[in-house]
Design a protein around this ligand. Structure first.
Ligand SMILES: Cc1cc2nc3c(=O)[nH]c(=O)nc-3n(C[C@H](O)[C@H](O)[C@H](O)COP(=O)(O)OP(=O)(O)OC[C@H]3O[C@@H](n4cnc5c(N)ncnc54)[C@H](O)[C@@H]3O)c2cc1C
Length: 87
């Protein structure tokens, strides 16, 4: 544990991978700094699908309730080819 206190981690990129790693390190008491090249973080106005493996990781970070409060649980997913035929 004492070695963690002196360890500092640089994370390059503040996407979901970088921010997820930062939260995981934070929970373990490891200091880190996230470096993001984008000058501003803003909403794109589109929805994203959180698949089960992603939700498992976000739940482990304690984010399930916060996500449930803003998310819609989908009943099913359908994929179509470019001719509109169900795959
Ligand atoms: C149109 C579209 C729709 C998608 N929809 C979904 C979906 O519904 N569900 C889903 O699970 N996935 C979806 N994905 C995939 C998902 O977006 C990616 O898998 C995910 O964003 C990858 O995360 P990441 O953190 O690895 O990379 P990124 O999100 O690409 O983050 C990398 C970050 O690093 C920064 N960066 C790059 N170079 C540097 C540098 N040299 N210094 C500092 N910062 C740097 C970038 O600005 C960026 O913010 C979609 C992707 C696209 C393109």
């Amino acid at each position: 544990m004492t070695q963690h206190k002196s360890t500092r981690v640089a994370i390059i990129g503040g996407g979901i991978a970088g921010l997820g790693l930062a939260l995981n390190l934070h929970r373990r008491g490891i200091a880190c700094t996230v470096y993001e090249s984008a000058p501003e973080i803003k909403e794109l106005g589109v929805g994203i699908t959180l698949l089960p493996h992603a939700m498992r990781e976000l739940t482990a970070l304690g984010l399930q309730d916060a996500l449930r409060a803003v998310a819609i649980e989908n009943a099913e997913s359908r994929f179509f080819n470019r001719f509109g035929q169900l795959i």
